[in-house]
Design a binder for this molecule. Structure first.
Ligand code: PLP
Length: 289
């Protein structure tokens, strides 16, 4: 049912790097994007195994996870509902969710905090409803993200990934450990105070010396940006032909160039950046460009 995904590894020609590659998870699907598909894959299997057909999930009004869930639900024959944080708004991402048939329930910020309670109140009696946490965080998601490493045909000195919850990073680290690779995993939290990612990762696998957490590339915090990051996106995209978004992947790619400048990694090291997708994030920030 979920075979044949398209995510090639491509060489990136950016000075001064001679061995920089990118895994194009952004090409998996325009809307079931990148790591959100990795996370959803085993969640959908688990939903089917439990004989359920209605995904109930949670997210902000600009959540990549909501669009991915709505699109995947429609594609594979599930119903979908989302509790959306905050007062009712309209935007491009929620429009896509609606087109894919997702029911949107706007929920005030206080009520939104208790997700199990929201689910219980509205869907407690509905045997078809499957509780899917915000961002898709779950052991199924970690298993799906580990497959990114399983697909690699070569080994790398460094793998870079952006982190929101850290679930994707946990899957990558787990796979690196299981295969006893010497690869260093570099995790770039896009939120301020990214140290919490360690705790999140340790729910799924042990913290080992393969893990490098870089907490200084948040550019002010989640969905925050600075002119320097916007300028970086413009020059990166024009140079490489690869779009990156200001919320996640731009911060990650920026860190690679910066860490090389600071001498933490070498321009000749073999480096793989995971393009986790999320390009719709550009729409949420179009005024910044
Ligand atoms: C959601 C998202 C992430 C963060 O993934 P986590 O598993 O929550 O750390 C990274 N990149 C993109 C493009 C995303 O949409």
């Amino acid at each position: 049912m979920f075979q044949n995904i398209y995510s090639p590894v491509q060489n990136l020609k950016i000075n001064p790097f001679s061995n920089l590659f990118v895994k194009r998870d952004d090409l998996i699907d325009p809307y079931i994007s990148g790591n959100k598909w990795r996370k959803l894959k085993y969640i959908l299997e688990s939903t089917i195994r439990q004989n359920k057909n209605h995904l109930v999930t949670f997210g902000g009004a600009y959540s990549n996870h909501l669009v991915a869930t709505a699109a995947a639900a429609a594609k594979f024959g599930f119903q979908s509902t989302a509790f959306v944080r905050g007062e009712e708004v309209k935007n491009e991402m929620l429009l896509l969710c609606s087109l894919y048939g997702m029911q949107l329930i706007f929920t005030d910020r206080e009520g939104y905090k208790d997700k199990p309670l929201l689910f219980e109140k509205k869907f407690g009696q509905d045997n078809n409803a499957y509780f899917l946490d915000e961002g898709g965080a779950s052991t199924e998601a970690v298993k799906g993200c580990a497959e990114i490493v399983d697909e690699l045909r070569e080994t790398y000195d460094h793998i870079f990934v952006a982190a929101g919850t850290g679930t994707t990073a946990a899957g990558l680290l787990k796979a690196i450990q299981n295969k006893s690779l010497n690869t260093q995993l570099h995790v770039i939290p896009v939120l301020k105070g990214g140290e919490f990612i360690l705790e999140e990762i340790s729910k799924y696998t042990k913290i080992s010396e393969n893990l490098n957490l870089h907490t200084t590339y948040h550019f002010g915090g989640y969905a925050k940006t600075q002119p320097e990051l916007i300028a970086f996106i413009k020059s990166f995209t024009a140079q490489t032909g690869i779009l990156i978004d200001p919320v996640y992947t731009a911060k990650m790619f920026y860190s690679i160039l910066d860490l090389q400048k600071k001498g933490a990694i070498k321009a000749t090291d073999k480096i793989l950046a995971i393009h986790t997708g999320g390009l719709l994030g550009i729409l949420g920030m179009k005024d910044k460009f």
